[in-house]
Design a protein. Structure first.
Length: 423
């Protein structure tokens, strides 16, 4: 093999990697901002193009001058050829101060205009959405409509949306690359952001937290769904209604016994399961984005820890589950509209939790296995989560102890059956 083949092979490998990177950049990236679905992203996109073009011109010009100087004034044996020294040349100094100033002015004017426009007042017909960041999940409130939900944002196509951005704890940043953002959620103030999903169809988008906010910053995700105005109205009517399921047993009858030493008051209820009543009839019409229409990049892929097992064949009793949820420790953190006492706002509102496609801050699909595992040991599934470990015999990574009391798998099945009835 010739001695020079190694550098040549290295160069070939470098070229391959560079081409692959280039092609990857050209591929349709679903989480890119360059899809022009809102005026926000169109403005940012045109600003980006302007910057790229100006930057390219400056880069090509300066590199050409550099290469010219390298070649023209290179050292050659026997040739003494220093270039003319220009230090102190006033005309040149003025010229190369003025040119960057002009370039910066060309950039600054549209940039400042875009910043003011996207931070300014939203159109008067805008839909108001309050975004509240929590470690580590998203609360979405529609104050005009009386809807409170979590981690899933529904937006009607064609109507401006005025987001009021707040945080419950630390700094977060709201970003749906395909639609708009990012903008920070800052303590003691409300930031605003508005855009109109005017060039989109019924689609699902990934949303992210874009400001480091602690242990599970990377696990603070959400989904945004653009739907037709009719579907949105139907969704609002459904989300605004009370819990879809209540059993007769919700009346204060048999008080569940509290197992001593249960963490933070988690109860191990020993109530005889009443006959499961028929769930309240569900409202007809659009309730949620169709699960089978979720594009693959919006379906969570986070694995469940291998040692967190659950038998999905267990059949739960929703009435028993309701008792466990509405009389147990869940009451300290969660709200369920229509259930007396369940009004806490520390964790996500559970009124229509079964209508959501994801759980755990967008980290897991909302199916039986994931929901049951979450109830059993959320702390093993998502670092730092405030949700308690509830499964009997589970290792709690925060308390660093194995729980001798807690919910059995059958009781977890009951809780899941109840939660899944909350459509
Ligand atoms: Cu919230 Cu990062």
């Amino acid at each position: 093999m010739p001695a020079d083949s190694r550098p040549r092979r290295l160069a070939a490998a470098a070229l391959t990697v560079a081409l692959a990177a280039l092609l990857a950049g050209c591929a349709q990236n679903p989480n890119s901002i360059f899809h022009s679905r809102t005026e926000f992203n169109r403005e940012v996109g045109s600003l980006f193009k302007l910057l790229i073009w100006l930057g390219t011109i400056v880069f090509v010009f300066t590199e050409a001058m550099l290469v010219y100087a390298l070649v023209r004034f290179r050292s050659r044996p026997g040739v003494k050829h220093d270039p003319e020294q220009v230090h102190g040349n006033t005309k040149l100094e003025i010229l190369w101060t003025l040119i960057p100033a002009v370039v910066l002015a060309i950039i600054a004017v549209p940039t400042v205009r875009t910043i003011f426009r996207t931070q300014g007042d939203a159109p008067p017909n805008a839909l108001q959405v309050e975004v509240v960041g929590h470690q580590w999940w998203w609360e979405f409130r529609y104050p005009q409509l009386g809807v409170v939900t979590a981690n899933e944002l529904y937006l009607p196509i064609g109507r401006p949306v005025d987001f009021a951005l707040k945080t419950h704890d630390v700094l977060h940043s709201f970003w749906i690359p395909g639609l708009g953002g990012k903008r920070d959620l800052v303590n003691n103030r409300t930031n605003h952001l508005w855009f109109t999903p005017d060039s989109t169809t019924e689609e699902a988008f990934n949303g992210f937290c874009a400001e480091y906010c602690g242990t599970s910053h990377a696990n603070m995700r959400f989904r945004a769904f653009t739907v037709t105005p009719e579907e949105f109205d139907s969704w609002v009517a459904h989300q605004g209604s009370g819990a879809a399921y209540t059993s007769v047993s919700a009346a204060p009858a048999a008080a569940p016994t509290v197992a001593p030493g249960t963490p933070a008051g988690a109860r191990s209820a020993q109530v005889s399961p009443p006959a499961a009543p028929a769930p309240a009839p569900l409202q007809a019409g659009f309730v949620s984005f169709a699960r089978d229409r979720m594009p693959s990049h919006t379906i969570p892929q986070t694995p469940i820890p291998a040692n967190l097992t659950y038998d999905t064949a267990l059949v739960g009793n929703p009435a028993n589950g309701e008792m466990l949820v509405t009389r147990g420790s869940c009451i300290g953190c969660h709200a369920i509209k229509g259930v007396p006492g369940m009004v806490a706002e520390i964790g996500p509102n559970l009124t229509h939790v079964a209508s959501r496609l994801t759980i755990g801050g967008g980290l897991f699909p909302n199916d039986t296995r994931h929901l049951a595992s979450w109830v059993k040991n959320a702390r093993a599934m998502k670092p730092g989560v405030a949700m308690l470990t509830l499964g009997k015999g589970q290792y709690d990574p925060v308390l660093k102890t194995t729980l001798s009391v807690g919910l059995t798998d059958q009781q977890i099945a009951d809780v899941v059956a109840y939660l899944q009835s909350l459509k």
